[in-house]
Design a protein around this ligand. Sequence first.
Ligand SMILES: Nc1nc2c(c(=O)[nH]1)N[C@H]1C(S)=C(S)[C@@H](COP(=O)(O)OP(=O)(O)OC[C@H]3O[C@@H](n4cnc5c(=O)[nH]c(N)nc54)[C@H](O)[C@@H]3O)O[C@H]1N2
Ligand SMILES: Nc1nc2c(c(=O)[nH]1)N[C@H]1C(S)=C(S)[C@@H](COP(=O)(O)OP(=O)(O)OC[C@H]3O[C@@H](n4cnc5c(=O)[nH]c(N)nc54)[C@H](O)[C@@H]3O)O[C@H]1N2
Ligand code: SF4
Ligand SMILES: [Mo]
Length: 883
Amino acid sequence: MPVETKTTCPYCGVGCGVIAAVGEDGAVSVRGDPDHPSNYGRLCSKGSALAETIDLDGRILHPEIAGRQSTWDEALDLVAEKFSAAIAEHGPDSVAFYVSGQLLTEDYYVANKLMKGFVGSANIDTNSRLCMSSSVAGHRRAFGADTVPGTYEDLELADLVVLAGSNLAWCHPVLYQRLAAAKARRPGLKVVVIDPRRTMTADIADLHLAIRPDTDVALFAGLFSHLVKNGAVDQNFIAAHTMGFSEAFAAAVSFPEALERTGLPAMQLREFYRLFTASEKVVTCYSQGVNQSSSGTDKVNAILNCHLATGRIGRPGMGPFSLTGQPNAMGGREVGGLANMLAAHMEIESAEDRDRVQRFWQAPRIAEKPGLKAVDLFCAVAEGRIRALWIMATNPVVSMPDADAVEAAIRACPFVVVSDILRETDTARHADVLLPSRGWGEKDGTVTNSERRVSRQRAFLGAPGEARADWWQLAEVGRRMGFARAFAYDGASGIFAEHAALSAFENGGSRDFDIGTHAGIGPVAYDALSPFQWPQPAGRGEGETRFFANGGFYHPDGRARFVAVMPAAADRTDAAYPFTLNTGRIRDQWHTMTRSGKSARLSTHIAEPFAELHPRDALEIGVVPAGLVEIESPRGSVVVRALVTDRQARGSLFAPMHWNDQFAAKARVDTLVPPLTDRISGQPASKNVAVAARPFKAASYAFAVSRERPEGLEAAYWALAKAEGGWRLELAFDRPEEDWAAWCRRAFAIPDAVEPLGYADRETGEIRLAFFDGPRLLAAFFLAREPVAVARNWAIAQLSAGHANLRRRFALVAGRPGADRPDPGATVCACFGVGVNQIVAAVRGGCHGVEAVGAALKAGTNCGSCRGEIRSIVDRCLAAAAE
Ligand SMILES: Nc1nc2c(c(=O)[nH]1)N[C@H]1C(S)=C(S)[C@@H](COP(=O)(O)OP(=O)(O)OC[C@H]3O[C@@H](n4cnc5c(=O)[nH]c(N)nc54)[C@H](O)[C@@H]3O)O[C@H]1N2
Ligand SMILES: Nc1nc2c(c(=O)[nH]1)N[C@H]1C(S)=C(S)[C@@H](COP(=O)(O)OP(=O)(O)OC[C@H]3O[C@@H](n4cnc5c(=O)[nH]c(N)nc54)[C@H](O)[C@@H]3O)O[C@H]1N2
Ligand code: SF4
Ligand SMILES: [Mo]
């Protein structure tokens, strides 16, 4: 019988419950937990593929000092000694931690306690700075605390759901599915998507507002005046529970100004304002299109203003809803992991709060002022002001703006510690001390999702090698720095109990975050802890968990604040850099791909870094579909595949943030992004970057599949992805090679004894090479002067197919699927490996809807993440047939 463990997905902020089963043979499988109140059994493509990402390939299994294996004692002593020495010589602000919303709450709590209470500096910042800090700042300005008032259920209860700067379908897929299901049950539920791009999310929208980049403030400030002028505001709520209404109204913008700034058609803008005015039950969800902006905090407050003015907050089916990205973005906020926060939602600026936390921790000191925010922190590293830096569970060389400068800073820093699960990441390779962490499935703790629900992550696998929990590493260093008593933890439950106790300490309703019920929790109850939503003060069970329906804000007077927000100039382009680059995510990769990149299934959806651009822009600059495009900013340049599509507005490009030096030659998009931040939150403006774009001219292009991971690639362009049975590789060369077979031998580790089977056409310049070891294909290589047209999925399938007969081998060099093995086309449904050609065939065969395609091919019937794409394929086929 398999042993089953209930745990939580380690990816997005939806926080789905997962049941992990370990069979007698050790094989792991996962499924959605039907009892978990966030997902009720659903999982998206990334969650469903979790079992494929937990192998030990590339894991770091022992501590390393300067690349040499060491003992834990040696490594921890060295870390403690270097940090202590820097503090003694240059003061507490000469050291820093850069941590992550992917840490568990217990890890995060210990990191924050060590830095703020015992080192005595607030130089601990986190990748949440790049993610949620504008929301945090907006909440604090309006509510007096960083409170997310609503719950997921509100999206299902609403009559109008506004998705601002959120690609929910790809980034919070299970919440999107809950919304889509609610809309299917109740078509009166309207969805408005606000996004310069037409995303998959826009496909279920009743209205898609393709605003100009960074004009959200104008859009919502225009809505604010519309609400006032049309008498839609709640005078009682405003009078009883808020301040600053008239100032905000005075700053709000007129309809013509909103129209002009957003660039929307008047009919669309009017329709949005009408819908919002008419719908009492409205939820406005927002994510990185709002937060990651130089006006991010103002965007948040422009949205909050509209909800406060109408009193639509904290009641079922209504409220603003900040969608958190990472699995524990919220836990990080609870422990105060940002440089400008204190633990348990207390304020670092408040002497009273500082004193309270210091007394609770019995700490020798407490940080007196906010520390350095991420972008400033890495500047300080570059300037030599930080002598010792500990990076944990984040990959800043890929994800920070001005990524090349960040890499140079890390390289130049006198002492860098990296705690990761992988040995080779773009960041880990610069570590002086590399510490092996336990990964998902191996560690214990809690995470808090977007709706304030705390769930357990539970270990169901043994720790590989000497990997240890992140909290343990921090606590051991704390002890070695002389703080033995404060860091004498012997398990995650003790840390959680302390965190819960601090949340209740001298609280008495004055702070939103209170989970005092769990203050005395012991290991057994902690092990059994069911998902719960906060607040849960001592003595009160789970009741109504929404905030602010009847006021009760956390400013000293209990009132919320309207914020007078002013639309700012948004266009950064000029003659030299005429395009606006927007960056973000794709459905099946997670950030810097260290985990999702391990799954062949997840790489079938999109296997290459790319940039979307409008067909007319492509034509104008001479980029051909499926050609390569070079994008350049004053900071750096990348080379990626061109994806020509009218989903992209003219004058703009979209490129995913995921690709890095482990998977591509030159595709870290953050090398293009300047270190420009929101002046209040310090969050980088990752979605509005002025760039130039031009075709990348290659002498030849190639596609290859290989059983071994290709190494040391000599090519002007390459992009590598895991494939069933091996690897797939896209290539481009800027000069001809004398001996392509020799090139392949080097790249694919082909033994000398193996002779290639080959085909070369002097006329067309086409070359095809295949290397066999008996009936097994070792590698196949297809080269042409133009982007290679070989059917990718078919070529990949040849790695797993037998090639005993010669005909089969020749078919491979012919580069064409035989009639017995048709090409399924680019994968749409990753769960069942269904390709676009198969779906098109099914539609032609009479399947005229998503359900019918699902019944025929199973596509879209597991996680459902691809249903939007199936719908658009069906629609396109039917439209083509009707013409
Ligand atoms: N598949 C997948 N899912 C993920 C992640 C992942 O890596 N992969 N990461 C998780 C994390 S940490 C996060 S933070 C979330 C992010 O989730 P999202 O915020 O939904 O994702 P993004 O793709 O970063 O950006 C959302 C949208 O903002 C739009 N946008 C750009 N500029 C503007 C603007 O000026 N105004 C408006 N209104 N919109 C604009 C972009 O076109 C984009 O479609 O996703 C989480 N979920
Ligand atoms: N241009 C651009 N840049 C962006 C964004 C964007 O939209 N555009 N989005 C930003 C946002 S919202 C985010 S959240 C960031 C994300 O960016 P990062 O945080 O840099 O990305 P990840 O790949 O999630 O990095 C997590 C690291 O932790 C490691 N890891 C996994 N599990 C564990 C563990 O249990 N312990 C330890 N110690 N390590 C572990 C992984 O191997 C990986 O190296 O990127 C930001 N950067
Ligand atoms: S929606 Fe997908 S990635 Fe997000 S928590 Fe659920 S299963 Fe994980
Ligand atoms: Mo994020």
